[in-house]
Design a protein. Structure first.
Length: 314
């Protein structure tokens, strides 16, 4: 049976992840109002490629994100496009809440004692999901905060705009490449709610309509056209690479370095193996001695002692 649609609800103070295929439409709905969805993207074929908030904002000349904007990777490719939006503003500059912030604002509660009434923070929620794919703290990037709007006061201080998202507000993302989506429903780091906000969201997955030449997101900015071109080149090269790889003989080719000069390195010793990451080849060379250090003489070439020299001269 083919699954054409999928729906799930993410409770407040929760986290979720999924490898989403190119051409998928993800619709998120704020079920109670004032939701915050922290979100990160990774390339499941190369987990080093991930969402880049500065490039996303800079190349589209914007501070906010809304319909028409594309969400870029650090390789200049587009993970997803915002094809529908009820709010007109989502932010990508404030990052995550952390355990210290949450404890100071609403008190510390862990799951072991409070169960579903615990006070989870966005940073730790991301780490739990990232660990499932062999990722950790070093792999964290600046994240999206969907359904959240920030504004500045006269002193230039950013503040979260309360009441920005009403119950039933939606935003829809169309994925332009296979993407590992990691998200949480924890409070925004600038939230000043009186009590810890448990704000559930609904996620719906379906098939998106094909991207046409007059697509709104594709033509929203000229930079987006280049981003779609980068995606097209990536997918063409990926298909070509898989085809060529299938035709290669099993023997080592002339381009492959000799086994004695190479080692395969992964992070499996310190964390779980990445299920969709590639092995990394790293050349190992012997250490080079310092050129300023005096040469080390062996006993066979050591100069004669003064007493031995005098004995020889006599």
């Amino acid at each position: 049976m083919t699954l054409t649609t999928y729906t799930t609800e993410v409770a407040g103070a929760s986290h979720w992840s999924l490898r989403v295929r190119k051409g998928t439409l993800m619709r998120l709905t704020d079920l109670a109002g004032d939701a915050n969805v922290g979100m990160l993207f990774y390339n499941p074929e190369n987990l080093l490629e991930r969402y880049n908030a500065p490039d996303t904002l800079k190349c589209q000349h914007t501070f906010k994100l809304t319909r028409g904007n594309c969400l870029y990777s650090d390789m200049g490719r587009i993970f997803a496009s915002i094809v529908e939006d009820d709010l007109g503003w989502h932010e990508s500059v404030c990052g995550n809440s952390n355990a210290a912030q949450v404890a100071e604002r609403w008190g510390a509660r862990d799951y072991q004692n409070a169960r579903n009434e615990w006070h989870q923070n966005g940073y730790d929620a991301f780490l739990v999901e990232l660990a499932k794919y062999g990722l950790g703290r070093a792999d964290m990037a600046a994240n999206l905060n969907l359904f959240s709007k920030v504004a500045t006061d006269d002193e230039g201080r950013m503040q979260l705009v309360a009441g920005h998202s009403k119950a039933g507000s939606q935003v829809a993302l169309r994925f332009e490449m296979d993407t590992l989506v990691v998200l949480h429903s924890c409070p925004h780091p600038l939230s000043s709610a009186d009590s810890y906000p448990y704000t559930p969201v609904r996620i719906e997955l379906s098939q998106a309509a094909p991207v046409s030449d007059d697509d709104f997101c594709r033509n929203f900015r000229s930079e987006n056209q280049r981003g779609f071109q980068n995606n097209a080149l990536y997918h063409r090269a990926s298909k070509r690479g898989h085809h060529d790889q299938a035709q290669l003989p099993p023997a080592r080719t002339a381009l492959s370095p000799p086994p004695s000069a190479l080692a395969i390195t992964t992070s499996a010793s310190s964390r779980p193996a990445r299920p969709c990451a590639c092995w990394t080849w790293r050349a190992i060379r012997p250490p080079t001695p310092c050129s300023s250090a005096p040469p080390i003489r062996s006993s066979a070439t050591a100069p004669p002692t003064p007493s031995a020299s005098r004995a020889t001269s006599t």
